[in-house]
Design a protein around this ligand. Structure first.
Ligand SMILES: *[C@@H]1O[C@H](CO)[C@@H](O)[C@H](O)[C@H]1NC(C)=O
Ligand SMILES: *[C@@H]1O[C@H](CO)[C@@H](O)[C@H](O)[C@H]1NC(C)=O
Ligand SMILES: *[C@@H]1O[C@H](CO)[C@@H](O)[C@H](O)[C@H]1NC(C)=O
Ligand SMILES: *[C@@H]1O[C@H](CO)[C@@H](O)[C@H](O)[C@H]1NC(C)=O
Ligand SMILES: *[C@@H]1O[C@H](CO)[C@@H](O)[C@H](O)[C@H]1NC(C)=O
Ligand SMILES: *[C@@H]1O[C@H](CO)[C@@H](O)[C@H](O)[C@H]1NC(C)=O
Length: 320
């Protein structure tokens, strides 16, 4: 059985969309438009954006793209910026044009760079046992948050979130992970990026538990029949079995003890001890072997028949 648990963390970034700045004259009637309007990029990933410098008021012929990293290309009044690998927190991409009045109309693109999300246990290594409490921690490293409306100072911060869990044996084999959803507000992309951490498997250790219900006090079996003593158990790690047998039979270490044809020598007490590193349980079987009466009945019937035949024969004899 595999259960999955998600520690879903949503955190918002005070996300600032494209900034529009005009120089002193402030005669800008439109500003360059970035597509997409904002970039959210995983650390080290490539990125690209296009900037339409102007649509209506395009008489000016001075326009351009400023960028600290990556490269810019131009196609008419469309500027294209591409970067192979974004690793700078302070990545600034700026698109501008100078209008007829000589004013510079500027848009700056907001770029958020985020790092991996990771999951781990707090203050715990090694084995995990059922019904004990553990703390999971989800860490998001180096989220570049806009701290102020002045987005020229992005500072990477680490964020972490915790969740207490108390695993049960059914959780053995489950996986834990966390996902972060960057809530970027109306300015952000339509589908907020979801970052998933690696999966953390839950290996829950627990003592042996017998699968079969307890036995009646005495198991009665007829001589010659087959006897199954079922001691099957579950546990993590897998338990081992040792049997204490009534007679000095060879030792046995299976989960089910089978005797094909029971004899009187098999009567007595069987104790099965199931253990693993976490615990031990025992199961007791008291076996009572009964005489198989069927052969005697058959023998008796044959004998009876013979006697009858004999009597009849005797009768005939008498008459003759
Ligand atoms: C530009 O970025 C988008 C979204 O990340 C991607 O799908 C596309 O392939 C990129 N294009 C180029 C030319 O790198
Ligand atoms: C430039 O833009 C035009 C129209 O948008 C397009 O048809 C053309 O393929 C583009 N040229 C390059 C080199 O990208
Ligand atoms: C982890 O253990 C250290 C030292 O034992 C302790 O100072 C710290 O508070 C613990 N942290 C948590 C989250 O329990
Ligand atoms: C965030 O965590 C990483 C790894 O633990 C560390 O290298 C980095 O310095 C931390 N950054 C901040 C701002 O605390
Ligand atoms: C992000 O995490 C994955 C595994 O979860 C790892 O392979 C990769 O190297 C990590 N990337 C960075 C930039 O830390
Ligand atoms: C022993 O019991 C287990 C659990 O109920 C069952 O799956 C298995 O088939 C049984 N074995 C025999 C030989 O009866």
């Amino acid at each position: 059985m595999f259960f999955h648990f998600i520690l879903l963390v949503s955190y918002s970034l005070t996300f600032l969309c494209t900034h529009q700045v005009s120089s002193s004259g402030s005669s800008c009637t439109e500003y360059p438009v970035f597509t997409p309007s904002a970039l959210v990029v995983k650390y080290g990933d490539p990125a690209n954006v296009t900037c339409d410098v102007c649509e209506k008021d395009c008489s000016g012929d001075v326009f351009g793209l400023e960028h600290a990293v990556g490269k810019g290309t131009q196609n008419g009044t469309t500027m294209i910026w591409t970067a192979d690998s974004l690793t700078e927190w302070d990545t600034l991409v700026m698109c501008y044009y100078n209008n007829d009045n000589g004013d510079q109309c500027i848009s700056t693109l907001d770029i958020t760079i985020y790092h991996n999300v990771s999951i781990s246990f707090v203050n715990h290594t090694g084995m995990m046992f059922e019904n004990q409490q553990y703390t999971l921690q989800c860490s998001v490293q180096n989220v570049a948050l806009d701290l102020q409306s002045n987005n020229e100072h992005k500072k990477p911060v680490n964020e972490s979130f915790t969740l207490n869990i108390t695993p049960s044996r059914e959780d053995n084999g489950a996986q834990y992970w966390c996902e972060t959803k960057l809530e970027l507000g109306p300015a952000g992309p339509q589908r907020p990026p979801v970052v998933t951490s690696e999966k953390l498997p839950a290996i829950v250790h627990y003592g042996p538990e017998l699968k079969e219900p307890p036995n009646p006090d005495v198991i009665t079996i007829t001589e010659g029949d087959t006897l199954h003593l079922n001691c099957s158990s579950v546990g993590n790690p897998s338990p081992s079995y040792t049997w204490t047998l009534p007679t000095n039979s060879p030792s046995y270490s299976g989960s089910v003890l089978t005797i094909k044809s029971v004899g009187f020598e098999h009567e007595g007490q069987y104790i099965c001890t199931v253990s693993n590193t976490v615990g031990t349980v025992t199961k007791e079987f008291n076996v009572d072997v009964q005489v198989n009466s069927i052969p005697y009945i058959i023998a008796g019937m044959i004998l009876g028949a013979l006697v009858l035949v004999g009597l009849s024969v005797g009768c005939y004899c008498k008459h003759n």
